[in-house]
Design a binder for this molecule. Structure first.
Ligand SMILES: C[S@@+](CC[C@H](N)C(=O)[O-])C[C@H]1O[C@@H](n2cnc3c(N)ncnc32)[C@H](O)[C@@H]1O
Length: 223
């Protein structure tokens, strides 16, 4: 089996699963700060570029305007940003709480701005209301990362009529309590019911190019 610095992909997944379920922001942030290069290698070995490309294509379906302003939340080393750039988007900013992950993305000259900050339940003071046409997130909906109850902060940052596009892998939907399809979609329905969103849709797409594991991509339209 292929490995990241001697750790098999399965073991790597098990380690990260434990870490995520601990759910402590500082611990998760430290993990990414200490493993940015390993994470990049893990993404290459598992073919996560496929999932990032599918997410970028979903962004293009919801807003083909290449001048649209986009915030890539949990941007990491820039996997999704790279694909958005290839599709021609020019105003893509990165937000991530790990400076090491952002530094790696910066070395590849992917984004317009690099915002080192955390998305939480409370308001992020660095970003104005309605600042972006699109918020996207590849692989960030996870325990200890972004949870569905943080989506109101995504909504605040997105323009009226703008879109929020994010994915969740099949593995996450199955193995993390609180991230099942039913729980997530109940949360999404509540944002339509309270008038924050006009609608949401979902499509299934490839995520891990190596194994063919799928994800669901959700697209919401902000009221
Ligand atoms: C699984 S990685 C995904 C990275 C990138 N989107 C990709 O597809 O390769 C999750 C990223 O989210 C960042 N992150 C996790 N929770 C966060 C939060 N609450 N606020 C900001 N960044 C966060 C981590 O530092 C890490 O870079």
């Amino acid at each position: 089996m292929e490995s990241v610095k001697g750790i098999s992909s399965e073991k790597e997944f098990a380690i990260r699963k434990g870490l995520y379920l601990a759910g402590l922001e500082g611990v998760v942030c430290d993990y990414y700060n200490n493993h940015a290069q390993d994470y990049e290698e893990y993404s290459t070995i598992t073919g996560r570029t496929v999932g990032a490309l599918e997410l970028a294509k979903a962004v293009a379906r919801t807003n083909p305007d290449k001048d649209a302003t986009i915030l890539d939340v949990c941007a990491g080393t820039g996997l999704a940003g790279e694909q958005l750039k290839k599709l021609g988007y020019t105003k893509v900013d990165a937000l991530d709480f790990s400076q090491a992950m952002l530094d790696l993305a910066k070395s590849k000259n992917i984004y317009r701005n690099y915002i080192c900050d955390s998305v939480q339940l409370h308001k992020n003071n660095q970003i104005d209301d309605g600042a972006y046409n699109i918020l996207c997130m590849n692989g960030g909906m996870l325990p200890g990362h972004i949870t569905p109850d943080m989506l109101p902060e995504f909504t605040r940052i997105t323009k009226h009529g703008g879109s929020i596009v994010f994915n969740i892998t099949e593995a996450s939907l199955k193995c993390y309590p609180g991230f099942s399809e039913e729980v997530v979609e109940n949360a999404l329905n509540s944002f339509v019911a309270d008038g924050s969103w006009t609608s949401w849709t979902k499509v299934t797409a490839n995520y891990f190019g190596k194994t063919g594991e799928q994800c669901i991509i959700y697209t919401a339209i902000v009221s």
